[in-house]
Design a protein. Structure first.
Length: 94
C-alpha cells in the first residue's frame, strides 16, 4: 500500500534500471545500488537458486521457458536479476 505500483517497489529495492531523460525520451541506465542491500541480496540469491534449478532440471512450464530464453538472449546474470525483479513482491507485505 506504500507504493503505487510494483515497479515503484522494485525501484525502491534497486532491482530495476535507473531512469533518466528529458523531453519525454527515457533512457534506462544500469541496475542501481539504492534501496535495502540485504533484501536485494536475498532476492537475487533466491533467484539464482531458481534459475540454476531451471537450467539443471528440464522443466517445461511457462516461467522455465521464459528463464531459458532470457539466459540465451541476455546472459545468466541478467536472467537472475530479471527473475528477482519478476518475483519481488510475491511474498512480501505489500
Amino acid at each position: 500500500k506504500q507504493f503505487a505500483s510494483a515497479r515503484q517497489l522494485a525501484a525502491a529495492l534497486g532491482l530495476v534500471p535507473a531512469q533518466a531523460g528529458t523531453g519525454g525520451k527515457v533512457c534506462l541506465l544500469g541496475i542501481s545500488k539504492r534501496g535495502d542491500p540485504y533484501l536485494r541480496t536475498r532476492l537475487v540469491h533466491g533467484a539464482r537458486a531458481a534459475v540454476n534449478a531451471v537450467l539443471q532440471y528440464d522443466k517445461s512450464d511457462a516461467r522455465s521457458r521464459w528463464v531459458r530464453r532470457i539466459v540465451q538472449e541476455r546472459g545468466y546474470h541478467r536472467a537472475v536479476v530479471a527473475w528477482a525483479n519478476k518475483t519481488r513482491g510475491s511474498h512480501g507485505p505489500c
